[in-house]
Structure formats: structure tokens, C-alpha cells
Write a protein that binds this ligand. Structure first.
Ligand SMILES: *Cc1c(COP(=O)(O)O)cnc(C)c1O
Length: 233
């Protein structure tokens, strides 16, 4: 007989696989509606707070792109999975502290949350030291919320230029997390406009509740957690 623990894991696994299938179908539909090629839109499965056992069924369905918001948590589960699945791409979508830059550059393939010169300089130094090839996004605080990470919209251009010219970093695009109680479309439109002005092609925007809207506004990376894995505890 299955233990209670196993039963809960089986339920989680079932929810994650039907969640992924559903999100994939919705992504394709949203792309079609926007007259875009679904292949241009990267689905990042946000696995924060979920253990390797909950992630495995999603790996079994071929998903290889995952997002985590804490460096330390990611270090506790991904090196082992990466040894088994060598084509994984890991995205850091949470804030990066200076004492975690070395670990983050070693583990992640993409960082979405660049927003300070100090961290940008450290990332550039780590990339030069290790020869790692990272993709970088600058996070923009489109709602100008004091507690939220990201550069203010009116500072985005200067910061992107500083990253490129002073630190020699290649910036792929912009990322935002809209305020909870505002219409996300306004923020997606603002991010797309900023990126266009700066000649940046990638847009990391859209989560479980609003990724279809984000796709309509040009998202190239959607970060979807609970719609795939279920509610976080
Ligand atoms: C947790 C998180 C997500 C995923 O959120 P869901 O609503 O569960 O899809 C996306 N982006 C960031 C930055 C997050 O921290």
C-alpha cells in the first residue's frame, strides 16, 4: 500500500503533468491569436519551493527550461538533476545578492534580475573569470513600487548602456513583474516600448495569471509556476 507521503507525491506529479500540458496548449493558442510563432516564446517552468520529486514528472514530459528565485534553493536541487539531464536551461528570476554572484554565474544560464551597477560589474568579472556564457535581462520596476526590485523606467536606458559600455555585458532584453492590483497589459506595453527604444529583442514578462496577455504584447519568455506545479505552500 502506498504511504501517505507517496500518495501526495503521486497527486502532485499528476497535477504537474496536466498543468504543463494545459499551459503549453494555452501558450500555443495565445501565440496564434497574436499571429506569432509559438516557437518564439520560451516557457520557463518556475519550480521554486518544489522538490526534485515534483519536478521529475515535468522533466519526463520534455520540459527543460526552469526558473528559480533563490540561488541557495536552486543549488540544493539542480546540480543532481543537471547531471541526469544535460540539456537543462536554468533561469534565475529572483533578486541577486553580491555574495551569491559567483554561485549564480556557475549554476544559471540566464539571469533576469540585473538592476544594479555593483552586481552588473561582479557578473562581468565572473563571466570573464569563468568563460561562462550567460544571457542577461535587466529588470524594470514598471510600477515604480518602492519595495520592488528593478530599475525605474526612466533609468532603464542609462543602466542598460552602462552595462553594455562600462561593463561590456551583452544585454538580451528586459524583465518586469507588474504590481498585483494593476492591469498587467499597461506594464507589458511599457516594457515592450522601452525594449524597442533600446534595440533589445527579448521580453521576460507574464506569469500564471497573465501570460496570455504578455504574449499579446510580445513576451519572448513567460515565467509560469503555479499553473504548472500547483499552489505553493
Ligand atoms: C514565482 C514567480 C513567477 C511564477 O509565478 P506564478 O504566478 O506561480 O506563475 C514568475 N516570476 C517571478 C519573478 C516569480 O518570482
Amino acid at each position: 500500500m502506498a504511504t501517505r507521503q507517496e500518495t501526495r507525491q503521486d497527486q502532485q506529479a499528476g497535477a504537474a503533468t496536466s498543468g504543463l500540458a494545459d499551459v503549453r496548449a494555452r501558450l500555443v493558442q495565445a501565440a496564434k491569436t497574436a499571429k506569432r510563432d509559438p516557437k518564439e516564446i520560451e516557457l520557463i517552468a518556475v519550480s521554486k519551493t518544489f522538490a526534485a520529486e515534483a519536478i521529475r514528472p515535468v522533466l519526463a514530459l520534455g520540459q527543460r527550461v526552469f526558473g528559480e528565485n533563490r540561488v541557495q534553493e536552486a543549488q540544493s536541487k539542480w546540480p543532481q538533476l543537471r547531471a541526469e539531464f544535460t540539456d537543462l536551461k536554468l533561469h534565475l528570476i529572483g533578486p541577486l545578492q553580491s555574495n551569491k554572484v559567483r554561485d549564480a554565474v556557475a549554476l544559471f544560464d540566464v539571469i533576469h534580475t540585473l538592476d544594479r551597477p555593483k552586481i552588473a560589474r561582479m557578473i562581468a568579472e565572473e563571466i570573464a573569470r569563468t568563460g561562462r556564457n550567460l544571457q542577461l535581462f535587466v529588470q524594470v520596476n514598471t510600477g515604480e513600487e518602492p519595495q520592488k526590485a528593478g530599475v525605474a523606467p526612466q533609468q532603464a536606458a542609462a543602466f542598460v548602456r552602462q552595462c553594455q559600455e562600462e561593463f561590456g555585458l551583452s544585454i538580451s532584453g528586459l524583465m518586469c513583474i507588474p504590481p498585483i492590483n494593476e492591469e498587467p497589459a499597461l506594464h507589458f506595453a511599457l516594457l515592450a516600448k522601452l525594449a524597442h527604444k533600446l534595440g533589445l529583442e527579448q521580453l521576460s514578462m507574464g506569469m500564471s495569471a497573465d501570460f496570455e496577455t504578455a504574449i499579446a504584447f510580445g513576451a519572448t519568455h513567460v515565467r509560469v509556476g503555479s499553473a504548472i506545479f500547483g499552489r505553493r505552500h
